[in-house]
Design a protein around this ligand. Structure first.
Ligand SMILES: Cc1ncc(COP(=O)(O)O)c(C=O)c1O
Length: 440
């Protein structure tokens, strides 16, 4: 195999590659301005996915199946970020004057993509930071209950456990079965755990360990009827499955741009539903030096022209904007290729991988099989074998990178495969061959 894409970006590439480079040279004046169209994008399906494969900075000789761990960054995103950093450095003298305009522009651009209002978005360095800010900002009293699961990522569970220590809230972790058999099963388990002290339901949109897609809309509708807040961890959803935040009906949604979106690393967002924003205290209250101080983020309360959530929760745009310019190129990629097309391709590759893995003797699939309950993550184990050993073996013999993850009640752990549009059927075949060899 001679295909390679792993060389470093040259300066010429940095200056010319991809969407956003030209647009980023000067700070834009028009709110909502987008980056330039993705150049040279083929329209036929076969060529489109071959092209998509060359867009991120990725060693194509290794089959990379761990987007759920970290997404390779699009070249266009890196180029846009680099150009923005040049502008940042050269324009430091006049930077402060531009924050309001740039903050509004970015909030509107991302809100349009995410399906919410600009007033509902806070930019963060990732999902964990977004969850940490929201959870620490909630007014919960001793004895108030939060219902979550035993399957949360540590970044999603830890902020609740800290609150349990500091304020004696009660964190109840329900056990989600694997594989989940239907959305009603998840709903029934949450519903069965609710009491009159329950104030929050907290869960992942897509589970990071087995890739189960939870029925977010149903869970949020159930909670809202009972005046219970919902806090959703969307680290594994954005860029893989198509959705609009307002449509999900959650109060809080945390996500990142550095996994399935293939944007700049160290970027993410916190969504707080407009009607819920009054219930979240700022943990980094930069807006409080406004006159009058802003505790309630409405225009009437001293909003200085910056969208409400960013104003109230403390905008990080002055630090993050070059990286967010990079993410804009990733948004453009998603929109021009088509979010539904990307989801369909991811699902198609994952179904192919499931069919092939089912044929490997000894493998037990842990990801739900029911359509709609899973997407681009496929987890499996081989009873009696250690996942780390298998991952090491396929990497060494077949250059396939797949992630070993912890698995409840199994010291051997499990293997998690995450497939994105730059993955191929041939790479899946390589994994299957590698596993067959390792299990012989
Ligand atoms: C479900 C889930 N939540 C939260 C996180 C933490 O995300 P971030 O790195 O964006 O803080 C991860 C990271 O893998 C995750 O899988």
């Amino acid at each position: 195999m001679t295909e390679t894409n792993s060389s470093s970006l040259t300066r010429r590439e940095l200056l010319t590659a991809g969407a956003g480079a030209a647009a980023a040279a000067t700070l834009p004046s028009a709110a909502g301005q987008t980056v330039a169209p993705v150049p040279n994008m083929p329209t036929s399906s076969r060529e489109l996915w071959q092209w998509a494969r060359t867009q991120p900075m990725l060693d194509l000789q290794t089959a990379y199946f761990d987007v759920a761990g970290g997404g390779p960054t699009l070249r266009a995103a890196m180029a846009a970020e680099y150009r923005a950093r040049e502008v940042q450095s050269i324009g430091l003298a006049n930077a402060a004057e531009r924050w309001t305009e740039e903050t509004n522009r970015l909030a509107l651009r991302f809100a349009t993509f995410l399906g919410c209002d600009a007033d509902e978005l806070q930019f963060t360095r990732g999902t964990g930071e977004a969850l940490g800010q929201a959870i620490a900002g909630l007014d919960l009293a001793p004895g108030d209950e939060v219902i979550t699961t035993t399957r949360e990522h540590p970044a999603a569970l830890s902020p609740w456990l800290v609150l349990a220590r500091r304020r004696e809230i009660v964190v109840k972790q329900i056990e989600l079965p694997t594989p989940l058999t239907g959305p009603e099963q998840a709903l029934g388990l949450f519903a069965g755990a609710v009491t009159e002290r329950t104030k929050v339901l907290a869960f992942a949109h897509v589970q990071y360990d087995d890739g189960a897609v939870l029925p977010v809309k149903d869970l949020c509708a159930f909670a809202r009827q009972r005046n219970i807040l919902t806090v959703v961890d969307g680290a594994q959803a954005l860029g893989m499955v198509e959705f609009a935040l307002r449509d999900l009906g959650c109060d809080v949604y945390a996500t990142c741009f550095h996994k399935w979106l293939s944007g700049s690393h160290g970027t993410g967002a916190l969504y707080v539903r407009r009607e819920t924003l009054d219930r979240v205290w700022p943990v980094e209250p930069r807006g409080l030096d406004s006159v009058p101080p802003v505790f309630t983020p409405t225009d009437a309360d001293g909003n200085n022209g910056v969208p409400a959530a960013l104003h109230k929760l403390g905008s990080s745009v002055p630090y993050l904007w070059p990286a967010l310019r990079g993410v804009e190129a990733a948004l453009e990629f998603q929109q021009q290729v088509g979010r539904s097309k990307i989801e369909a391709r991811v699902r198609e590759l994952a179904i192919y991988a499931r069919l092939r893995l089912q044929q490997v003797q000894g493998i037990e699939l842990l990801t739900p099989a029911r359509p709609g309950l899973w997407a681009g993550i496929l987890t499996f184990r081989v009873p009696g074998k250690t996942a780390v050993d298998l991952a090491t073996a396929v990497e060494r013999t077949h250059r396939v990178h797949v992630r070993a993850v912890r698995w409840p009640n199994d010291e051997g752990g499990a293997l998690r495969l995450s497939l994105h549009v730059f993955s191929t059927h041939d790479e899946v075949e390589r994994l299957v061959q590698g596993l067959q060899q390792a299990l012989r």
